[in-house]
Ligand binder design. Structure first.
Ligand code: CA
Length: 434
């Protein structure tokens, strides 16, 4: 790859430099300042071709347009396609060089794009006028269960206080293999699933619409590298394979789950829909926000031990809009930093048995709950298995979702005078198709 730079390297600021400014005005509370530069896939009303873009303030920078102008030389047609997979497959050196080049082109003191009105018109499109699509083709989807607070809350509800955490939980990043086929981009409606239901009081199961429909607040790791079947990964190798992160809502049918999950774990309860945010925030953009995770006691086995601070100080907000309501109401606010097992540990563990990882694999972090009551990342926990209804504006109460309800998750890292954000992942529940 060759990325041409007009500026000598010595005068180039790092793309994460908090002082960097773009010639595009970006509000201090925007998710997409020049320090972020997340990748997505979009089309426009006048051009249905899906291509790769970068969010900057209220605009999308069309990378395919820059490439056709010769301003971005990454690889023939890499950005003129409907997914990030081909770009991700080029590897971390290309990711870094490309981000530096895009940052340079957007800087206030770079004239190339700033002073070329025709090119600006073609390559900078108002964000509210584009259609956003799935940012990458999901190769495989694995969902972890890595928040100690969440696992403890669920364990208490399902098995009682004395057996809340299973004996393996503090030793293994627990996970199950989910479905890539039903991972959808924000804004895609979710049809209420049907399934086998058997409340503890019933003698036999029945088949019908889920009555305890829930969300799970998660982050998704977008794997940008591949590993070979039969080969383990080191902490450093796993860290390098992570291209970026998305917000993720792992929609869950609690009544279906409770009946089916023994002995092999969730199946239909989690397979009907998983929503992700359209913008992939790169691992590089999150570097300034790295923090150490909770102390791990007992010490993990050697292959899972990490030297790096692999958690992120990343704020997460959850809002619910009840069917017919005008506005969203906040129902939880927490932080990604509470996760017990880090994304790097999850990836190391995933490959540790010899499982091959692929470009485009998606790893759900597991529901992110914090230590406080208002930091719980699912309705199951917030309503304590339906026993404590949530009060919403206008006297509306909820335990689980009703048809027409919408859920929105937002996430951002707060810098000094700017934020590196993810935008939103949103979804609305439609009635079951009987
Ligand atoms: Ca989950």
């Amino acid at each position: 790859m060759s990325v041409s730079c007009q500026r000598p390297l010595s005068t180039m600021s790092h793309p994460n430099d908090p002082k960097l400014k773009s010639f595009i005005d970006v509000a201090a509370d925007s998710d997409f300042p020049i320090q972020n530069l997340p990748y997505g896939v979009f089309s426009t009303p006048t051009s249905a071709q899906k291509r790769v873009g970068v969010a900057i303030g209220e605009f999308v920078l069309d990378l395919a347009a820059l490439e056709s102008e010769g301003l971005l030389k990454v690889g023939e047609g890499v950005f003129a396609q409907g997914g990030l997979n081909a770009f991700m497959a080029l590897g971390p050196k290309t990711w870094t060089a490309t981000r530096a080049r895009i940052s340079e082109l957007l800087r206030h003191d770079t004239a190339t794009l700033r002073d070329n009105a025709a090119l600006r018109k073609r390559a900078l499109l108002p964000r509210n006028e584009v259609q956003l699509h799935m940012p990458f083709a999901v190769a495989g989807y694995t969902d972890f269960y890595s928040s100690k607070e969440h696992a403890t809350n669920v364990g208490i509800m399902f098995r009682g206080k004395d057996n809340a955490l299973q004996p393996n939980w503090l030793h293994i990043p627990i996970a199950y293999n989910g479905r890539a086929s039903t991972v959808v981009v924000s804004g895609t409606p979710i049809i209420r699933p049907q399934g086998q239901l058997k409340p503890p009081s019933a003698d036999a199961p029945t088949f019908g619409p889920c009555k305890r429909l829930d969300f799970e607040l998660e982050m998704g790791v977008v794997v940008g590298g591949a590993s070979q079947m039969g080969h383990m990964l080191t902490e450093a190798q796993a860290a390098e394979m992570i291209f970026g992160f998305v917000l993720l809502n792992d929609w869950s049918a609690r009544d279906i789950q409770q009946w089916e999950y023994v002995p092999l774990g969730p199946f239909q309860a989690k397979a009907f829909g998983t929503s992700i945010s359209p913008w992939v925030v790169t691992r590089e953009a999150l570097e300034p926000f790295r923090v150490a995770g909770p102390t791990q006691d007992p010490t993990p086995l050697p292959y899972l031990q990490q030297k790096g601070a692999n958690n992120y100080d990343l704020n997460l907000d959850v809002e619910l809009r009840a069917d017919g309501a005008k506005d969203y109401a906040q129902i939880a606010r927490t932080n990604f930093k509470y996760m017990y097992w880090s994304s790097v540990q999850q990836l190391v563990h995933h490959a540790s048995g010899g499982c091959a990882m692929n470009v485009g694999d998606l790893l759900g972090s597991g529901t992110i709950s914090g230590p406080e009551k208002d930091q719980r990342g699912s309705l199951l926990e917030i309503s304590w298995n339906g026993s404590e209804p949530i009060d919403l504006p206008g006297g509306v109460k909820r335990t689980f979702f009703e048809d027409g309800d919408s859920l929105s998750i937002r996430g951002w890292c707060q810098g000094d005078g700017y934020r590196v954000g993810f935008g939103e992942v949103e979804g609305t529940i439609l009635p079951a198709k009987e």
